[in-house]
Design a protein around this ligand. Structure first.
Ligand SMILES: *Cc1c(COP(=O)(O)O)cnc(C)c1O
Length: 415
């Protein structure tokens, strides 16, 4: 194949799938290591070894609370984003059902992560109604639509802070104001108090996470998207909110998440989140500049390609789209095949044509923003990260051009 033959395969991996996983930072790894070996004690025990573990957990909780600008008693350590989402949604649903024999309504959107969508569907088994709000062509949900969809027995609204496929940043603070107004009108009535949950897993590296500004009651974060360990994360639970647990046992984490605490995980998560938030503003600017140049070249140099999701913003504070996200569709291409051919060039990318478990279910997000099945099939998601360089992106550009051209030639030959 003449076009691709001229491009020599990179010896090192060009990793462009940071929305799926990030490598653990060396300083995060170092902070964790003692708690697997020397300092292995169970934090619930009374002797010094256990108490040192308890202290490490407390310090980690305090660090997370400081980042979120919340009280440390409001931080619940979990085993990741999916668990935090499940605890928020199913926990709120079961707590509602414990207080109210009938009714109950949850409002969320069509482009949430599967953890939110599946937990919300599970809540319908308790007789709770579910509304999935549509989004516009850029993936935005409107605060006015949220207001219009609230029902007298709505007790939970869940809207993600930033989307993992197309990078849309939702107007959470606007939605929070609407819910606050509703709640003050409901005060003293029999109508339930409405909780606002946001899944902020993708936002930690690029957006400010101050809960007082966001105005949410429940917030999900995980370690694996902020250069921390997988299966770590937190759920922020505003003081005074009752959730039912989804993991039962010894009553750790204020009874909301039983099980011997993952001390090393909590320490690593806290360190990773703190570092991510310290560098957030600078990193957002750096990465948006790289992303914008790369995306413009992709669209210009590859005919019949389109950008999915919000328009790319200039390199200021991101307000509409995550600065590291690119999602493109190439006409007459198959995203999964592109990913496999790019792998042969030592490039890691993702497609919206396959779901997380590797099946070939087309992306619900790309469908929700109105892409045709062919456009969904030809989609490629490229998410940049901390170590992404301009040189890597120049190489990726050449490789993507080559594999798209090759696929299109093959398609034409078969037609
Ligand atoms: C990755 C991700 C999750 C799931 O987190 P896990 O830690 O893998 O369970 C949930 N929501 C969003 C937006 C994510 O990006």
């Amino acid at each position: 194949m003449p076009t691709s033959a001229r491009l020599v395969k990179s010896k090192t991996l060009v990793y462009l799938d940071h929305a799926a996983a990030t490598p653990v930072r060396p300083e995060v790894l170092r902070s964790m290591q003692p708690f697997w070996t020397k300092e292995f004690g169970n934090p619930s025990t009374l002797y010094s070894l256990g108490q040192r573990a308890q202290q490490a957990l407390t310090d980690a909780r305090r660090a997370v609370a400081q980042v979120l600008q919340v009280d440390q008693t409001e931080v619940i350590f979990t085993a990741g984003g999916s668990e935090s989402d499940t605890l928020a949604i199913l926990g709120a649903a079961r707590a509602f059902r414990a207080k109210h024999a009938r009714g109950g309504h949850i409002l969320t959107t069509t482009i949430e992560h599967h953890a939110v969508l599946a937990a919300a569907h599970a809540a319908t088994e308790l007789g709770i109604r579910l509304t999935l709000l549509p989004v516009n062509a850029e993936g935005f949900v409107s605060a006015a639509d949220v207001r219009a969809a609230i029902e007298p027995d709505t007790f939970l609204v869940s809207v993600m802070l930033a989307n993992n496929e197309i990078g849309t940043i939702q107007p959470i603070a606007d939605i929070a104001r609407i819910i606050q107004r509703q709640n003050s009108e409901r005060h003293g009535t029999t109508q339930p108090h409405i909780l606002l949950h946001t899944d902020a897993c993708q936002a930690g590296g690029y957006l400010e996470l101050a809960v007082p500004t966001l105005g949410v009651d429940l917030l999900t974060l995980n370690g694996s998207k902020v250069y921390g360990p997988k299966q770590t994360g937190v759920l922020f639970v505003r003081k005074g909110i009752t959730l039912a647990p989804v993991v039962y046992g010894g009553g750790q984490e204020r009874g909301l998440r039983s099980g011997t605490e993952n001390v090393a995980g909590a320490v690593g998560f806290a360190r990773a989140l703190t570092l991510a938030q310290t560098t957030q503003a600078k990193e957002a600017t750096r990465i948006a500049r790289l992303r914008n140049t790369f995306a413009a070249q992709l669209l210009k140099q590859i005919p019949n390609s389109r950008m999915n999701g919000p328009a790319l913003e200039a390199t200021t504070t991101p307000t509409r789209r995550l600065p590291n996200n690119i999602n493109v569709s190439f006409a007459d291409c198959d995203g999964e095949a592109l990913v496999i051919y790019l792998d042969a060039y030592n490039i890691a990318a993702a497609t919206g044509s396959a779901c997380a478990t590797g099946s070939t279910e087309p992306s619900h997000v790309l469908q929700a923003i109105g892409l045709t099945p062919r456009e969904v099939r030809g989609s490629l998601r490229l998410t940049l990260g901390m170590r992404t360089t301009a040189a890597q992106l120049q190489y990726a550009l050449r490789a993507i051009k080559a594999v798209v051209a090759q696929q299109r030639r093959t398609t034409t030959m078969l037609a």
